[in-house]
Design a protein around this ligand. Sequence first.
Ligand SMILES: [Zn+2]
Ligand SMILES: [Zn+2]
Length: 354
Amino acid sequence: MPPHPETWMKVTPLGLYCEPGGFHVDPTRAVDRAVISHGHADHARPGHAAVLATPETLAIMRARFGEDRAGDTQQPLRYGESVTINGVRLTLHPAGHVLGSAQVALEWQGSRIVVSGDYKRRRDPTCAGFVPVECDVFVTEATFALPVFRHPPDSHEIRRLLDSVALFPERAHVVGAYALGKTQRIIALLREAGWDRPIHLHGAVEKLCTLYESLGVPLGALLPVPKGLKRGHPPILAGEIVIAPPSAEATPWARRLADPVTCAASGWMTVRQRAKLRAVELPLIISDHADWDELLQTIDDVRAPEVWVTHGRDDALVHALSLKGIRGRALHLVGREDEEDEGAPEALGEETTP
Ligand SMILES: [Zn+2]
Ligand SMILES: [Zn+2]
């Protein structure tokens, strides 16, 4: 009989640790050997000795942390390719979350665990789509694991943005979006909807747009929001779309813009109270995380008899699992932040322009 996954995948203060393989998955602090699911700050940390990830995730880590902090040795592994580490066979599969995001499939002595990192199921023009992998234990997040979270189609939300731009040509539209993934997805969705004017970028989201383009994701004409305007300069970018990190609209940076319409692109915009608190005029429900239906669909697709929930609304999900006859286990991993939350540590980041 294959060993129970709990005997070889351990929950430690640093996160999940594959004991026979001798490596952590998405550890919260620097370790000797790390396997990284994707480039968001709550999964990818600087300073590991050895890092294994997709080539795109490694490029994102180098761009964010600098060449010397992104892992002393970096081992790229493409989707669908496998390596064996101390007898543990490791394969990366697309997670559909952001460029380079991967599920980490681990097989040892006939038992298979899939650590999904963060994921979503709907199409995203900026990254490869999620591939379900059957397994004995599926490790999932539960950020939006409540039946109230049912994200509408992206095209619907993008249409609402473009309608508002048409309705208020004298105002600038500022879309608050996380720098890695969400920003590039919004731009790509705008292009698909036919918006071919230059899109203006806050300094904090520029670098990763450049990186996405260099990795083969076309984003069209992008321009920086002009800096260093003289006092008394008339407000700028009326009728244009600006992408900025969440909450940049509340900083002096936004004063240069023509009567900005504050938009925020996040799964949390389902919650009216959140939009109100942030004074978001146009909430856009666009999420890089699975909603309630996507979570349950995925659990059906991977056919795992046991599901481990890393963080989020684990109680609701574990209950839904029990109704399906699936054993649910809440891991309560610490250090997992939701990058769609405006309180995320990197919401503004060190690259913020004053
Ligand atoms: Zn993420
Ligand atoms: Zn995350």
